[in-house]
Design a protein around this ligand. Structure first.
Ligand code: HEC
Ligand code: HEC
Length: 336
C-alpha cells in the first residue's frame, strides 16, 4: 500500500515536469522551429529541388571546392574562407582573398554549413541558391579573381576533370563556368549538421538537458524566433537595427538589400563562428546576443542568467558534421 502511495506521489511530482516538457516542444514547433529531416528522402526533397544529386557529382563538387585552380594565382579555394573542419567559415572578422586583399565592404565570411536551407544566399540575399552563389566568389576580384573563361580553360585542361565531368553528367557534357559552379553547389547541399536540438524536435525529450530547455524557452519567450526560425534557424531576409542603431554600423559600407533587409544568419553552430555580424565586429557570443536584444527587440535589460541559458542552448545547436574525406585533387603537370 505504502509503495503504491509513494509511486503515486512521485508520479504527481513528475507530471507537471512532463507536461512542461510537452508544452515547450509544442511552443517550439508553434514558433516555426523545424528539425533537419532524418529521413533521406525527406532531406533530399528539402535540399535538392532543381539538381539531381549523385555520388559522382558530389565527389566532383568536393574536389572543385578544395582546388586552388579556381583562384587566379592558384593560392586559395573555397575552403580557405569556409573551413569545414571548423564551423564552415574562417574565424576572421573580414574575409581575405587572393594577394591578401580584404573584403572591400568589410564583410565577414558566413558559414557554408546548412546554407542549403537558406531562402537566399549572401548577406544581402542577392543570390537564390548555392549553384548560382558559387559563381560570385570565383569572379570577385578581391576573392578568387577569376574570369569565367579562365575557370573553364583551367578545368578543361585537366584530363582527370574532363573524365569526372563525363562520369557525372554523361559523355556530351560541356564544362562551362555555370556547370563548375553548379557542381560545387551540389557538394554544398550535403553540408547539413543535425544536432541534439533536432533530436529533441523529433520527439526525443531527453536529447536536451534541463538547462538547454530553459535556454530554448528564453529563446522563444524573448522573441528571437521571430527571425531565427524554420529549419535553418535563420536564412530569411529581415529588417536589421529596428529599435536602435547597431553599435558598429559604420564599419564597412554594407546596408542590406534595396529594402534594407539583411539575411538572418543561421544559429546552427553559432558557437563555432565568432566573430559575429555582417562586418565581423562582435567577438563574444554574449555581446552579440545583448546587441541583438537591444537593436531588434528593444530589450535593454537581459540578465546574466538569461544570457547563460541562451548560450547553453546554442551549444546544443552544434551539429553532427558530415565526414569529409579530403578529395584527391588532380596534380599539376609541368607545362610543355
Ligand atoms: C576570400 C574568402 C572567400 C572565398 C575564397 C569564398 N568565399 Fe564564400 N563567402 C565569403 C564572404 C565574405 C561571403 C559573404 C559575401 C556577401 O554576402 O556579399 C561569402 C558567402 C558565401 C555563401 C553564402 C552563405 C550565406 O550565409 O549567405 C556561400 C554558400 C559561399 N560563400 C560559398 C562559397 C564557395 C562555394 C566558394 C568557392 C567557389 C567560396 N564561397 C569562396 C568569403 C569567401
Ligand atoms: C527582427 C529579426 C531578428 C530578431 C528578432 C533577432 N535577430 Fe538575431 N539577427 C537578425 C539579423 C538580420 C542578423 C544579422 C545582422 C547583421 O549581421 O547585419 C542577426 C544576427 C544574430 C547573431 C549573429 C550571428 C552571426 O553569425 O553573425 C546572433 C548571435 C543573433 N542574431 C542572435 C539573436 C538572439 C539571441 C535573438 C533574441 C534575443 C535575436 N537574434 C533576435 C535578425 C533578428
Amino acid at each position: 500500500m505504502r509503495k503504491k502511495l509513494y509511486a503515486l506521489l512521485i508520479l504527481m511530482l513528475l507530471s507537471p515536469l512532463v507536461a512542461d516538457d510537452e508544452q515547450l516542444l509544442k511552443s517550439a514547433k508553434r514558433a516555426g522551429l523545424k528539425p533537419i529531416p532524418t529521413d533521406k528522402e525527406e532531406l533530399f526533397a528539402l535540399t535538392d529541388p532543381k539538381n539531381v544529386m549523385t555520388p559522382d557529382r558530389v565527389e566532383l563538387g568536393k574536389q572543385l571546392f578544395f582546388d586552388n585552380r579556381l583562384s587566379a594565382d592558384e593560392t586559395i579555394n573555397c575552403s580557405s574562407c569556409h573551413d569545414l573542419t571548423k564551423g564552415g567559415a574562417d574565424d576572421l572578422p573580414v574575409a581575405i582573398g587572393i594577394k591578401g586583399q580584404l573584403n572591400p565592404h568589410h564583410l565577414n565570411s558566413p558559414t557554408v554549413y546548412n546554407a542549403v536551407l537558406f531562402e537566399r544566399q549572401f548577406w544581402d540575399g542577392r543570390s537564390p541558391d548555392l549553384e548560382d552563389q558559387a559563381q560570385g566568389p570565383m569572379t570577385a576580384p578581391f576573392e578568387m579573381g577569376m574570369t569565367p573563361q579562365l575557370a573553364e580553360e583551367r578545368i578543361n585542361a585537366v584530363p582527370e576533370y574532363v573524365e569526372a565531368f563525363k562520369n557525372a553528367y554523361g559523355k556530351d557534357v560541356k564544362i562551362t563556368f555555370e556547370k563548375i559552379a553548379a557542381t560545387i553547389g551540389i557538394f554544398e547541399r550535403t553540408l547539413v549538421t543535425p544536432s541534439r536540438f533536432d533530436d529533441y524536435l523529433n520527439g526525443d525529450m531527453n536529447a536536451l538537458t534541463k538547462k538547454e530547455k530553459k535556454g530554448l524557452m528564453t529563446f522563444i519567450d524573448r522573441g528571437c524566433i521571430n527571425c531565427h526560425t524554420g529549419v535553418a534557424i535563420g536564412g530569411s531576409m529581415k529588417p536589421f537595427a529596428i529599435a536602435d542603431d547597431f553599435k558598429f554600423q559604420d564599419v564597412g559600407d554594407f546596408k542590406g538589400d534595396i529594402n534594407g533587409l539583411v539575411k538572418v544568419p543561421s544559429l546552427r553552430n553559432v558557437t563555432l563562428n565568432s566573430p559575429y555580424f555582417h562586418n565581423g565586429t562582435v567577438v563574444k557570443l554574449k555581446d552579440a546576443i545583448k546587441e541583438m536584444s537591444r537593436i531588434q527587440l528593444s530589450i535593454t535589460e537581459i540578465d546574466d542568467s538569461e544570457l547563460d541559458d541562451l548560450v547553453i542552448f546554442f551549444k546544443a545547436l552544434e551539429g553532427r558534421k558530415p565526414k569529409i574525406k579530403m578529395p584527391n585533387i588532380p596534380k599539376k603537370r609541368d607545362k610543355k
